[in-house]
Structure formats: C-alpha cells, structure tokens
Design a protein around this ligand. Structure first.
Ligand code: PCA
Length: 325
C-alpha cells in the first residue's frame, strides 16, 4: 500500500516536473557593453529577477560585451527572433526610424532631468515604431552626458580637422563631419583596439565608456561638453513575449519597470564618479573652452534642423511634446 502510494506520488511528481520543464523557457539576452558596466549589471539583475520570480519557468541569461551578438547585430537578432530579447543603443537605429535618433541631438537635452522628459516625450513614437517592427520596449536607461575624448588638446572645432574620429551612430558621424574630422563607426567593445592601433584618435562618449575601456591608456583629454545623454533600450520580440502566459508577462513588465528606475538612478549616481576616475588615471578632465562650446552649439543647431527635416511631422511632434513639459 505504502509502496504503491509512494510510486503513485513519485509518478505524479515526475509528471509535474516534466510539464514544468516542457514549459520552462530559456531566453538568451545579448548585450553590447562590458559585463561590469552598469547597463549590463542592471540587465543581469533584471534577468535574475525574472528568473527567480517565475521560479525558473522563464530563465533569462545575459551575454555582455557583444559576446553573443555584436552591438550592431542585436536589433536585427531580436527583430527576427534569433534572440527573444536584447539591449541596443537607441540612437544607433536612425536608419530604421529617425525617431530613434532624437536623444543624440546635441544640446536638446543635456541633464538627467531633461533626458527623462525627452524620454517620456519620445516614448510613444519609439513604442509605435518598435511595434510596427514586431518588437516591444521593455525599458530604457541613459548614459551619462557625452564629452569629447582627444589625444591632443582641443581649443575649438578647428583643432578636429582631419582627426580620426570614432563614431557610434550616424549622428556622431555627422557631428565629426561638421567639425572636419574623419568618422569611422566602431562598437564600444572594439574601442581599446581601435585607439591602440591608431584607427581612432578621438570620440564623443560618456565617462562611463571611457572608464570601461580604459581610455587613459590612449588619450589625455576629456572635455565635459555635456552634449546629450543617449539611452540604451531593452527590447523584446513580440511573438516571444506573446508566447508567455499572462502571469509571466506581468513579471517581465514589473521587473522591467524596476530596472528602468534603478538604471536611471545608477547612471546619475555614477556620472561624477566616472569623471573622477578619468582624472585619477591622469587624464585632463576639463570644461570645453567657450570657442569649442560655441562650435558645438552651432553644429547642434545644424543637426537638429537636419533631423527635423528627416523626421518630419512625427519628429517635430516629439520635440514639441518635449518643449511643452
Ligand atoms: N557609451 C556608448 C554610447 C554612449 C556612451 O556613453 C559608446 O560609446 O558606445
């Protein structure tokens, strides 16, 4: 009797376990930036939160540093469902839709507060564009304000003439061109190599990326231009998301909301710390000269009007919504 009952119980348990493992899903989540970067750490916490709240029914595994897909492959991977979920720098997607570029327009939003307003103003258009492409926005987190890294001192844009400039999207390529520099697109994961081999000798990026990539080994200057705060977004393939049961979807959405708040707070908390680290490593961390700032302002105006032309009414509506707040 006892034996019979325990056999029955064991059978029931293994049937349950089978059912669970048949449903349990593993999502690989490609990330472009280093494992120790706060975006990647935040994504890892998000993944762990989902895995634990679903009791392993949905296990999300992050792959930082472009190890599964390189930065410029992640959007397509998620779109085609090769990766159900992933993180990408939004402003690198200008070819997909100009609205994705709005957070890389120089001097439109230069503080965390304004970056947040711009995020809220642009979110509906970003969500709609993702929806049309079979994806969904889960959360977005900013990089600290962008500054200019250079081998030699830069007093004005004229000093950038002919300088090999690392760009991370079309907007930074355009900015380089407008300064007379020579842009090359390079993902963050390949930065040290590019600077070590002389392929790049300048770039615009945050203190975060300079710190992650040990830029002090290659350049002496960082000008704190505070030109814009681009964001990364975590996106999910719509079919993959809709394949989850309602309770799991809620867990993913909740974890995403938590990650978004944590990410914004972390970026702001670390912004000054990164600058201090660059200085502590011997870099000259300086405010831009008035001339350099004025040159950037002018370039920013040109880029904003070019963007509005390209982005049309939808783009203008985002700018208007941002300015109205
Ligand atoms: N770091 C990323 C994008 C913006 C930033 O601060 C990079 O340089 O690739």
């Amino acid at each position: 009797m006892t034996t019979k009952r325990s056999i029955a119980a064991a059978t029931a348990i293994s049937a349950l376990m089978l059912a669970a493992s048949a449903q349990a899903e593993k999502w690989d989540m490609p990330l472009a930036y280093s494992a120790t970067n706060y975006h990647s750490e935040n994504a890892a916490s998000f993944a762990a939160a989902v895995t634990s709240a679903t009791g392993g029914e949905l296990e999300i595994v992050t792959h930082p540093g472009g190890s599964l897909y390189k930065g410029d492959e992640i959007f397509r991977a998620v779109r085609t469902g090769q990766a159900p979920i992933g993180e990408r720098l939004i402003s690198a997607l200008g070819n997909e839709d100009p609205v994705f570029e709005v957070d890389a327009l120089p001097f439109l939003a230069t503080s965390f507060e304004d970056a947040r307003k711009l995020y809220e103003a642009s979110k509906p258009a970003i969500e709609q564009s993702l929806d049309e492409k079979g994806m969904m926005l889960l959360y977005a987190v900013p990089w600290p304000p962008q500054g200019l890294y250079a081998v030699k001192a830069v007093g004005s844009a004229a000093d950038m003439q002919g300088v090999k400039f690392r760009a991370y999207n079309a907007a930074t390529s355009r900015l380089a061109e407008l300064m007379g520099a020579v842009p090359t697109k390079i993902e963050a994961a390949e930065l040290s190599q590019a600077f070590a081999t002389g392929v790049a000798e300048s770039m615009i990026s945050s203190g975060a990326t300079g710190y992650d990539q040990k830029m002090w080994e290659h350049v002496d200057y960082w000008y704190d231009v505070q030109a814009w705060l681009p964001k990364n977004m975590v996106i999910v393939n719509k079919a993959a998301f809709e394949g989850l049961d309602e309770a799991t979807r809620d867990i993913v959405r909740d974890a995403a909301a938590t990650a978004e708040e944590a990410g914004w707070a972390k970026a702001e908390e670390l912004a000054n710390w990164y600058k201090e680290q660059l200085a502590a490593q011997g870099m000259n961390v300086e405010a831009p000269s008035d001339a350099l700032r004025a040159d950037f302002m002018k370039i920013g105006e040109t880029m904003t009007s070019e963007w509005v032309e390209k982005a049309g009414e939808a783009g203008q509506a985002v700018i208007d919504a941002y300015r109205a707040n």
